[in-house]
Design a protein around this ligand. Structure first.
Ligand code: NAP
Length: 288
């Protein structure tokens, strides 16, 4: 990996960042495209966030990812926010367009792409989403933008689901939205085309847990998606497989959100899903 006087830079701003695997993905993509660009992580203290964002402009950094805890805070320092990112209310990607800093959110785009790449269509479909946190916001906004007919948003705290529902209705009046709690029954799943878990239930230390009752017999043709990617096959996805359903793994969203950020910065659309998956397995990020 050569670094010269012309090498361009992309980066991650967050705190902490040492666990990030984004450098593996973006440096791989840069090399695959033959770009003289490198990606590094910056661990930024809270009081330095504004200076760090201004630094993107000052140093001519091509673009940046933004991670916890600054996805909302950075919005105050940008010149423009993509309309869907504005509805989501968070930015995970900044593009430096000749000194103008534009904020995007590629999480929901990455999720939608992972579903489409698995051979499914979302337009006109009924989708049940478990959870109403940050990832759910990004996903539900992009599902609405992709033309789903109906969204059923189920959450621990009903008020959060209600708030999210109101925001989506305001911008996507054509989408029918219902809200509910997380105690899903067999009857609730009737007529549902996609079930998506956006809660952390099933992740790492909670890997023995499933966000729905595993004795439920799902309707035929239901597609089950989990955005939790450690473990690769969560309890929810195992339940789906046992019941003969198609699944979409969380790693797809993770890879595609990065690929879309890279596209925003460089204009290069790279089909590298399998290569990046292999890279992440090699780096021990996932247990496939
Ligand atoms: N694959 C990817 O690329 C990707 C991207 C982003 C996030 N994720 C994963 O998605 C998950 C959620 O992330 P997030 O940023 O949306 O988190 P978040 O903003 O904290 O939201 C979490 C949501 O899950 C609910 N929840 C939390 N603990 C729960 C429990 N024990 N039982 C039932 N519901 C529970 C919360 O409901 P209440 O607030 O009402 O409690 C909230 O709606 C994490 O596991 C994260 O790793 C994956």
């Amino acid at each position: 990996m050569k670094i010269s006087g012309t090498t361009q830079l992309a980066c991650l701003l967050g705190h902490p960042v040492s666990h990030s695997f984004s450098p593996y993905i973006h440096n791989y993509l840069a090399e695959k495209c033959g770009l003289d660009m490198r990606y590094v992580c910056f661990d930024v203290e809270d009081e330095q966030v504004e200076a760090a964002v201004k630094g993107i402009r000052a140093l001519g950094i091509v673009g940046s990812n933004v991670t916890i805890p600054y996805k909302i805070k950075v919005m105050d320092y940008l010149d423009e926010i993509d309309p869907n990112a504005a509805i989501i209310g968070a930015v995970n990607t900044i593009k430096n367009e000749n000194g103008k800093l534009i904020g995007y959110n590629t999480d929901g785009v990455g999720f939608v792409k992972s579903v489409i790449e698995a051979g499914h269509t979302l337009k006109g479909k009924t989708v049940m989403v478990l959870g109403a946190g940050g990832a759910s916001r990004a996903i539900t906004v992009e599902l609405a933008a992709a033309g789903v007919k109906k969204l059923l948003i189920c959450n621990n705290t009903l008020a959060k689901a209600e708030q999210l529902s109101a925001q989506i209705k305001e911008h996507f009046a054509e989408v029918s939205i219902q809200i509910g709690l997380l105690n899903i029954t067999e009857a609730d799943l009737q007529g549902v085309d996609f079930l998506i878990n956006t809660t952390p239930v099933g992740m790492s230390k909670q890997k023995a847990l499933c966000p729905i009752n595993e004795t439920i017999q799902p309707p035929k043709g239901l597609v089950v998606c989990d955005i939790v990617y450690t473990p690769h096959d969560t309890k929810l996805l195992l339940w789906a497989k046992v019941n003969g359903l198609q699944v979409v793994h969380g790693i797809g969203m993770l890879i595609n959100q990065a690929v879309h950020s890279f596209y925003l910065w460089t204009g290069k659309e790279v089909a590298a899903y399998e290569d990046i998956l292999a890279l992440l397995v090699e780096q021990g990020v996932i247990d496939k």
